[in-house]
Design a protein around this ligand. Structure first.
Ligand code: P53
Length: 494
């Protein structure tokens, strides 16, 4: 047995992640147009966010204010620097740059904001890692074009990509094209097609077919962005980004194993195409069998080959499991919103997410075996209710435990399995609006933000125990994952 005892690479990108629409607020400042996130209300713990037709009086839209990062970013970036961040992952709000989405020229005030933000990061030697499209398509593209139903949106997206690649070519090296592009493999959930693609499906439509068409336009748009980016700056590292929830078979019954394999194929065809530049065979067969007449041209297929990504970014929160049903062909009937089952071997978060640190090591190995590309863990974390004490502390030992256990598995994958991992940016750097629920109380950050689900609160920032813990992890380059001083902050009385 040979265990590699070398530590993580010296230039390992420790940091934290967020997305523009979840923290910036200032939704109509500096010429910004409405985005899909601006027409979504807040949900409770178990119901979905409502998508309204435009912004309507009497509704509450949590993303309109976010945590006001648009104005307060200097103090926040300073806190990130204090934690020792080497990188900071955020997105560029598409509708700040192209407020409607279909303009020919970018909005200067929007571009200027990200100049200020990236300069602020660089001041502390924090490398920005930038997602082009993170659930924030200009809303006008939804009403006018049906979102990514339309090939025209490919052009609008690449125009946006070109504008920001040119503008920030000396400030940003690491890019990601579409955030969690594969979430929409769960096409029956209205939230995912809307947030990812600006699409609302009519009851008489085949949502799966709609998803495959939109997904095709997006992988093409991604491949064009990769080509444009590399022309502008050959040093750019442009990655794909997927939600890596591995799907385990519920049992060792062969039909369950086959079903889990199909589930993985259905979840990861997006990255198959973005990494390999070609469609997997099972999927072209599937399109034929289903009778889908998709708009996939020869030129598209050539572009997919020319615009392969440089690395693979992924989020990891949880694992899934699936079981075959009686009398079905498991290769043909997988539906994610129907066919996932509870894994009784792992605990769940307060929001029912299956917490599985070993699944991260499994995922890193699986992705390495499949793609042979550098991997970047660009999200990992746990949404939890935090209590701010009277003296402004947050004893989030559950968050420290979650991150500790996942970093430990990441390090085993790197040190013992030899998986190439570029960096680790937990979700989230600071408390922000939850994407799926719109709640502030589903907190992920190292920094507590005084804001409640109804939008009340002072917006003051407070360091949580996890802030000091993560600072220590970064300072030791991941060598010491134990709570600082045996849990000084976690153990303080009162
Ligand atoms: P929230 C579903 C499954 C896994 C990750 O999620 C997901 C989603 C969609 O909600 O989203 C990513 O805030 C996403 C972030 C999001 C984060 O995970 O719903 O990239 O924007 O905030 C956490 O608890």
């Amino acid at each position: 047995m040979s265990l590699t005892k070398t530590g993580l690479p010296k230039d390992f990108l420790w940091g934290g992640a967020v997305a523009a629409h979840q923290l910036e607020g200032a939704y109509n400042v500096g010429g910004k147009g409405l985005s899909v996130a601006d027409v979504m209300t807040a949900a409770g713990t178990h119901d979905e966010r409502k998508i309204t037709a435009g912004v309507q009086a009497g509704e509450f839209y949590p993303n309109h204010q976010g945590i006001d990062f648009y104005h307060q970013y200097p103090q926040d970036v300073k806190l990130f620097a204090e934690m020792g961040f080497k990188c900071f992952r955020t997105s560029i709000a598409w509708s700040r740059i192209f407020p409607q989405g279909d303009e020919l020229e970018p909005n200067e005030a929007g571009l200027a904001f990200y100049d200020r933000l990236f300069d602020e990061c660089r001041k502390y030697h924090i490398e920005p890692v930038v997602t082009l499209s993170h659930f924030e398509m200009p809303y006008h593209l939804v009403t006018q074009y049906g979102g990514f139903r339309s090939r025209k949106v490919v052009t609008f997206f690449t125009r946006f990509a070109k504008a920001v690649f040119e503008r920030y070519q000396d400030k940003v090296k690491y890019w990601l094209t579409f955030n969690e592009i594969n979430n929409q493999s769960n096409y029956d959930r209205a939230f995912t097609l809307f947030t990812n693609s600006g699409i609302q499906v009519a009851p008489d439509e085949d949502a799966e077919e709609v998803m495959y068409q939109a997904g095709h336009y997006e992988v093409v748009a991604s491949s064009l962005a990769v080509q444009i980016g590399h022309q502008i700056n050959p040093d750019f590292q442009i990655g794909a980004m997927i939600a890596m929830s591995p799907v385990y078979p519920a049992t060792d019954k062969p039909k369950d194993v086959l079903k889990a394999q199909r589930a993985m194929q259905a979840r990861f065809w997006f990255s198959d195409v973005q990494v390999e530049g070609t469609y997997p065979t099972w999927l072209t067969q599937y399109f034929d069998a289903k009778g889908y007449q998709l708009d996939i041209t020869k030129a598209d297929l050539a572009n997919l080959k020319r615009g392969k990504v440089d690395y693979l970014g992924f989020s990891y929160y949880m694992s899934f499991a699936t079981a075959a049903r009686e009398h079905e062909d498991p290769q043909f009937s997988y539906n994610e919103s129907r066919d996932l089952v509870t894994n009784t071997y792992v605990p769940q978060s307060d929001w029912g997410w299956q917490v599985d640190p070993e699944g991260l090591r499994y995922s890193l190995n699986w992705l390495n075996d499949r793609y042979h590309l550098p991997l970047f863990i660009v999200e990992n974390g746990i949404g939890a209710i935090d209590q701010l004490t009277a003296d402004h502390q947050v004893h989030d030992d559950y968050r420290i435990k979650y991150l500790h256990d996942h970093i430990e598995q990441m390090e085993l994958a790197i040190k013992e399995d030899g998986v190439p991992v570029m960096g680790y940016t937990p979700w989230s750097a600071i408390d922000i609006v939850s994407a799926s629920t719109g709640q502030l109380s589903k907190r992920y950050g190292f920094i507590y933000v005084d804001r409640n689900d109804d939008g009340s609160g002072s917006l003051a920032r407070y360091k949580k125990d996890s802030f000091y813990w993560y600072q220590h992890v970064i300072a030791t380059n991941g060598e010491d994952l134990d709570p600082v001083g045996g849990g000084v902050h976690a153990a303080s009385s009162n």
